[in-house]
Ligand binder design. Structure first.
Ligand SMILES: C[S@@+](CC[C@H](N)C(=O)[O-])C[C@H]1O[C@@H](n2cnc3c(N)ncnc32)[C@H](O)[C@@H]1O
Length: 377
């Protein structure tokens, strides 16, 4: 009997039908048609329980129903409750890595920081290695051992890149979640680039914290160690936010999509002339931010149709990577959010938290002179 604990997915939706119930998770794309009794079992697994706990409560004759739920993916091991399988699928394809490898600004700043920080003989963890590019920089900079950790299928290519570059004796690839991996030795340094358009939206911070607790020496360093988040009103008209749904030439009505677009963040390339006065939301430590709630009172001092968000990753002393408008373009460009502000002084209270049902999403709440809730994933 395994003592693994299982829990139901967070976002289950149930439809009652004549011949049973249909239960599905939209985030994970799984579902089953089954008998209503299964609802009781799901309620039992609302908190983590082992198979043994279940059989003590319901008897072994009910085990097939529990196993059906595990096989369907509606009951998962407790650490996977808020995981989104599609996330690692996305990083398994070459397209996203092509874009990131073409981003010279991103890579030159990371390379500079790695060369400033890695000392001869250091042990390095590359948390979220992707193609392994930052592992290779670390080996070039003098690391004696680099652990390249990645949970996507892209990690199967890393050994070939490592061989092409002659670092087989230095770089070791481990396929897995860097929040779970425990290495045979502690590292001097963790390097990571696991940041989305709003920095924390890829959900890496809790896993980075666990990775550091398990694998970083006392006094070890993480690149980046801090990030700063900024907002600015967009003063240029952005025709791709909602007008494509509203100003149509083909007599098709799309108001429902226009309304949805009002509460979604999108990506745009902005110049410094496109934005008004910058607002600094705050600076946060990477390793102290696993349960990060960003709360800030901000004043937007212009009327605008949208806000944009951008950030600075503090990689090393004197080496910052920023995607602010006006600086060299990065693969992040800028995140933009429709938000109509009519007055010349708009006081807003901002709360950004991890979404409870999906660890790879954030919830952005705006209250004050306007109200808005946005889900960013
Ligand atoms: C933005 S990419 C960066 C890849 C590479 N480091 C680079 O700079 O080009 C982030 C990578 O981190 C991986 N990743 C994110 N969270 C992870 C986790 N918890 N465990 C393992 N890999 C993770 C993804 O699979 C993806 O390949």
């Amino acid at each position: 009997m395994s003592h693994k604990k299982y829990i139901k997915l967070n976002d289950l939706v149930t439809t009652f039908e004549n011949d049973g119930v249909f239960i599905r998770s939209n985030t994970n794309g799984v579902g089953i048609k089954t008998e209503p009794m299964i609802m009781t079992i799901l309620a039992f697994f609302a908190t983590p329980k082992s198979k043994e706990d279940f059989e003590t409560e319901y008897g072994t004759e009910a085990s097939p129903l529990m196993n059906e739920l595990i096989e369907s993916g509606l009951l998962v091991e407790e650490n996977l409750q808020n995981e989104t399988p599609a996330f690692f699928g996305f990083f398994s394809g070459l397209d996203v890595h092509r874009r990131m490898l073409a981003d010279r600004e991103r890579l030159s700043k990371y390379r500079e920081a790695i060369f400033k920080t890695v000392k001869q003989g250091d042990i390095v963890v590359d948390a979220g290695a992707g193609t392994g590019i930052l592992s290779i920089y670390s080996a070039q900079a003098g690391a004696s051992k680099v652990y390249a950790l990645d949970n996507s299928e892209m990690s199967s290519f890393i050994p070939r890149l490592v061989a092409e570059n002659g670092y087989e004796d230095i770089i070791e690839v481990i396929h897995g979640d860097f929040g779970d991996v425990v290495l045979p030795e502690k590292a001097d340094l963790i390097v990571t680039e696991t940041f989305g358009f709003w920095v924390i939206d890829e959900g890496a911070l809790p896993d980075l914290k666990k990775c550091a607790e398990n694998n970083l020496k006392e006094g070890g360093v993480i690149i980046p160690n801090k990030f700063s988040l900024y907002l600015a009103p967009v003063v240029k008209e952005l025709d791709n936010l909602t007008s494509v749904f509203r100003d149509r030439h083909d007599k098709v009505k799309m108001e429902c999509l226009a309304q949805e677009a009002e509460i979604q963040s999108s990506v745009n390339k902005l110049e410094s002339v496109d934005i008004g006065k910058e607002i600094k939301v705050g600076t946060y430590n990477i390793l102290n931010s696993e349960d990060l709630i960003i709360e800030s009172e901000v004043t937007v001092e212009e009327p605008c149709e949208a806000l944009c968000a951008y950030f600075t990753l503090h990689l090393a002393e004197g080496t910052d990577l920023s995607n602010a408008p006006g600086l060299p373009t990065t693969s992040w460009k800028q995140a933009t959010l429709p938000l109509q502000l009519k007055s010349s002084t708009n006081k807003l209270h901002l709360t950004i938290t991890h979404a409870p049902e999906n660890k790879r999403a954030i919830s952005l709440d705006i209250t004050g002179d306007v109200q808005k809730n946005v889900r960013i994933s």
